[in-house]
Write a protein that binds this ligand. Structure first.
Ligand code: ADP
Length: 484
């Protein structure tokens, strides 16, 4: 079984969020299930620079400019790269310029990626003709549209994974003429979406199967409240929709080997975490203390509930908590955190930057991680928290609801509690959960039990990779039958 995964970001080459972690982990997670996965990425400078054993598969002049399809490797990852310099040879972020504005040709940039994936699906690279193409989010959601409206002939199965329904790839109708799709594609049963073009919308209608990143989010997005305007389409396709929770790469995220930690440890050596705590305090300019140290590692947006934390900040810090925030995002929240830090210099640490290494150290040294999202398709930082004994305090929504067992009395007695949950979007509930966590922290053995239960929770890819492999095989029964 051969599967082409196509994504706009991938660890360790380029990352802005959880999609990159997932795209990076899937190929090795699927290998034990006899799924050979290659990944198509845009030829951003960081990707081109990292590519080894490069071969040119194809070259063309097309609507997205002069371009070459490259194959190569990075470490164990087998890659295709769309080297289209007019579209991707730009510094910085994949989606926005230095001022945070979307690149003006994002419609073309990501349509080009999807069109290329469809071409590989049809057999452009004879050495790797996939049985299925697995697209991720709006950036690659047009793959089934290019297969439907392109040349007839070979057609692989298509899977579309929704990592976040909030980002939909909506553009003006004039885009159709510029992305190599015929005008017949501009109808309500394909591209057209309230007079515009909807990339994700088209993918949701045309993909053979749709997955999203947790069972709870798969149910939530069928409702008008959480469906972001696409709930009717998702209800229409609900037979094709399944929630498969993300795993984490347990070789990269392993507290007993993590080179980003000052001190490595395991569930039997939790006292060693204190050296990491001291290092985190130093990085954030806080004094050494045994008071609970709570972290956030997050995009600073209303989705992530940072505004709820800012509103509740005085109360939270008065509980004896210190909070360290690593994040980037909306300017208004970056500024508000800076102002709050000036008021609470001894209890609040803020670093407005993106720092992968520091994020590991924080998981390995902080006592808890706060994730107050208004909605959260899966969430990865709570899974890293589980693995690192950094107890998650989470809003009860999406994947956070599916992966954390609240430390209520019954769960504590049964020894299965792994964190603290509270009603999403409620500042009062957030305060209460923080108070419960602080109280539990003061009872050392109870706290250790929650840490250990979390560290024993299964967060690797094994179950979810099996679910993906089974899904591919259901869509491509002939590949299974011929043992391809
Ligand atoms: P989302 O993809 O919605 O941003 P996830 O929880 O699924 O949220 O994934 C976020 C990923 O990005 C995690 O791996 C997290 O550790 C990482 N991350 C977020 N912000 C930062 C930051 N400022 N520095 C380092 N890593 C970050």
């Amino acid at each position: 079984m051969r599967v082409l995964s196509v994504a706009s970001e991938m660890v360790p080459l380029i990352k802005t969020g959880g999609l990159a972690d997932v795209a990076g982990a899937l190929p090795s997670a699927l290998a034990p299930f006899d799924v050979e996965m290659r990944t198509l990425l845009p030829g951003y400078p960081a990707v081109i620079d990292a590519l080894e054993d490069v071969e040119v598969v194809h070259a063309w002049t097309s609507w997205f400019g002069p371009a070459r399809l490259l194959t190569g490797r990075h470490g164990t990852l087998d890659l295709f790269v769309l080297d289209a310099p007019d579209r991707y040879a730009r510094p910085g972020n994949p989606y926005v310029d230095a001022n945070g504005r979307d690149w003006p040709d994002n419609a073309e940039r990501f349509a080009a990626l999807a069109a290329t994936a469809a071409a590989i699906g049809r057999g452009l690279a004879p050495a790797f003709v996939p049985d299925a193409v697995h697209a991720h989010d709006w950036q690659t959601a047009l793959v089934p549209a290019y297969l439907r409206f392109g040349a007839s002939g070979r057609r692989p199965a298509t899977v579309l994974t929704i990592h976040n329904l909030a980002f939909q790839g909506r553009f003006g109708a004039d885009v159709v003429a510029r992305i190599g799709l015929p005008s017949e594609a501009f109808t309500p049963d394909a591209l057209e979406y309230y007079g515009d073009v909807g990339y994700l919308k088209a993918g949701l209608l045309l993909a053979d199967a749709i997955t999203t990143v947790s069972p709870t989010y798969a149910r939530e997005i069928l409702t008008p409240e959480e469906g972001m305007g696409l709930d009717a389409i998702l209800r229409h396709r609900s037979d094709a929709l399944v929630g498969i929770v993300n795993g984490v790469d347990t070789t990269v995220w392993n507290p007993s080997t993590d080179a980003h930690l000052v001190a490595t440890y395991d569930a039997d050596r939790l006292d060693a975490r204190v050296a990491n705590k001291r290092a985190v305090e130093a990085r954030f300019g806080l004094a050494a203390s045994d008071d609970p140290l709570v972290c956030m590692i997050t995009r600073l947006t209303t989705q992530k509930g940072i505004d709820l934390v800012l509103d509740a900040l005085d109360d939270i810090l008065a509980m004896g908590v210190r909070l360290v925030v690593l994040g980037t995002g909306d300017r208004v929240f970056e500024d508000a955190l800076g102002a709050a830090q000036a008021r609470h210099a001894d209890r609040l640490g803020v670093l407005v930057t993106y720092d992968e290494r520091l994020s590991h150290l924080m998981q390995g040294g902080c006592d808890a991680i706060l994730i107050p999202s208004r909605f959260e398709p899966c969430g990865l930082t709570q899974l890293y928290g589980l693995r690192y004994g950094c107890v998650p305090i989470v809003a009860r929504t999406g994947g956070l609801a599916d992966t954390i067992i609240d430390a209520n009395d019954a769960a504590m007695k049964a020894g299965v509690a792994t964190g603290f949950q509270f009603a999403a979007g409620s500042g009062a509930a957030l305060r209460l959960a923080m108070q419960r966590a602080v109280d539990a922290y003061r009872h050392r053995e109870a706290w250790r039990a929650v840490q250990r239960a979390g560290m024993a929770a299964q967060v690797d890819w094994s179950t979810s990779a099996a679910a993906f492999a089974a899904l591919y095989r259901r869509l491509v029964p002939e590949a299974t039958a011929t043992g391809r």
